[in-house]
Design a protein around this ligand. Structure first.
Ligand SMILES: Nc1ncnc2c1ncn2[C@@H]1O[C@H](COP(=O)(O)OP(=O)(O)O)[C@@H](O)[C@H]1O
Ligand SMILES: [Mg+2]
Length: 339
């Protein structure tokens, strides 16, 4: 079976020399929710914009449903839906009018368009509010309407750039339910980017960890966490005459030889220590550090999270800060809203 998305050695260097995407390769199978997890500036939006024909690649190969994206941009646009990070609905129009308008941009025939509009209003639980202007909607409802407009032409694959950034945690979790519903009920393949580990963990069947324009690893969340193995003891140090970095370095040396420790990663404030049986190892870790006069400021014991996976593959922790988007809402053409 042909994958829905196939990307080989895709590269983007912006005119100012920024190497935003550096020879990435991945594929997405039909019906998958596939994610790019990475911090601000990793190259997520750049990749999405190339795939949806809004930005030219520097080199490499992109195929959607077997079609070369650059050679067949119009055909590709009919196969894909897109929702930008910023909601692009028209606040003066009702929910229904937003959907109808978007369908007209795709030259959908009247009957199909009305059937599809009703279907999406139901699917997104907006049928009861279909005649209200979008401007009167809550943030979560506007986001759902925005998703629906991206799906009016019944695309085979939906691209979502940071779909829940800007939503509060409750609306975020709520939107996940709708994305899962679309994935299942419409057998919709979804490609999304996120800097939220929890989102990638919850939604994605497979994900790629992307940092500085490169894919560091690809797998299911479960597989990636299992690769770390065992438990993680997270040690943090505080400035106490000696710098945090010095203490971390010494601790790494002290613990590095311990037979019950399978690996150590250092981050800004301390260390991730991997061990088969964390509960037993904690006391030994503290004893070894104490013998060298190293005082741990904070210790936690957990199963590996995607944050630990990220650290392992990139050498730093992903930060859950709100990303500053540096590109405008690029809706236009078939993705666009009039006005
Ligand atoms: N139009 C542009 N011109 C030059 N550099 C850009 C442009 N857009 C993005 N970049 C840079 O490319 C890198 C990747 O950006 P982006 O794809 O937006 O990352 P992400 O979406 O993961 O935050 C960043 O260093 C960013 O500053
Ligand atoms: Mg981005």
């Amino acid at each position: 079976m042909t994958p829905v998305i196939e990307v080989q050695n895709l590269t983007k260097t912006y005119p100012d020399g920024t190497q935003a995407v550096r020879s990435i390769s991945f594929h997405v199978e039909e019906g998958e929710i596939f994610g790019f997890l990475g911090p601000n500036g990793a190259g997520k939006s750049t990749t999405i914009k190339m795939l949806i024909t809004l930005l030219r690649k520097t080199s490499g190969d992109m195929r959607i449903m077997g079609l070369d994206v650059d050679a067949n941009p119009d055909a590709v646009r009919r196969l894909i839906g897109y929702a930008a990070q910023e909601v692009g609905v028209d606040d003066d129009l009702t929910a229904r009018e937003n959907l109808l308008l978007q369908g007209e941009l795709f030259h959908m025939d009247r009957n199909t368009l009305h059937r599809r509009t009703d279907e999406l209003l139901n699917l997104m639980d907006l049928a009861g509010d279909a005649h209200r202007p979008a401007g009167s909607f809550s943030g979560g409802m506007r986001k759902r309407l925005d998703l629906a407009t991206g799906l009016i032409h019944q695309p085979r694959v939906l691209f979502l750039d940071e779909p829940t950034t800007g939503l509060d945690p409750q609306n975020r979790a709520n939107l996940w339910v709708y994305l899962e519903r679309l994935n299942k009920q419409e057998n919709l393949t979804i490609f999304l980017t996120t800097h939220y580990m929890e989102e990638a963990d919850k939604l994605c069947q497979r994900l790629a960890i992307i940092d500085q324009g490169q894919i560091k690893t690809i797998g299911s969340p479960r597989q990636l966490k299992q690769e770390i193995g065992g438990d993680v003891i997270i040690l943090r140090f505080a400035n106490n005459g000696q710098s945090v970095a010095q203490q971390s370095e010494q601790a790494q040396t002290v613990l590095g030889d311990a037979p019950f420790i399978s690996g150590i990663d250092r981050f800004d404030e301390g260390l991730n220590v991997y061990t088969r049986n964390g509960g037993e190892a904690v006391a030994d870790v503290l004893r070894l550090l104490d013998a060298r006069g190293l005082r741990v400021a904070q210790l936690s014991l957990s199963n590996p999270s995607l944050d630990d996976v990220f650290l392992k593959h990139t050498g730093s922790k992903i930060r859950d800060e709100a990303p500053m988007q540096n590109w405008r809402n690029v809706r236009g053409g078939p993705f666009g809203r009039r006005r």
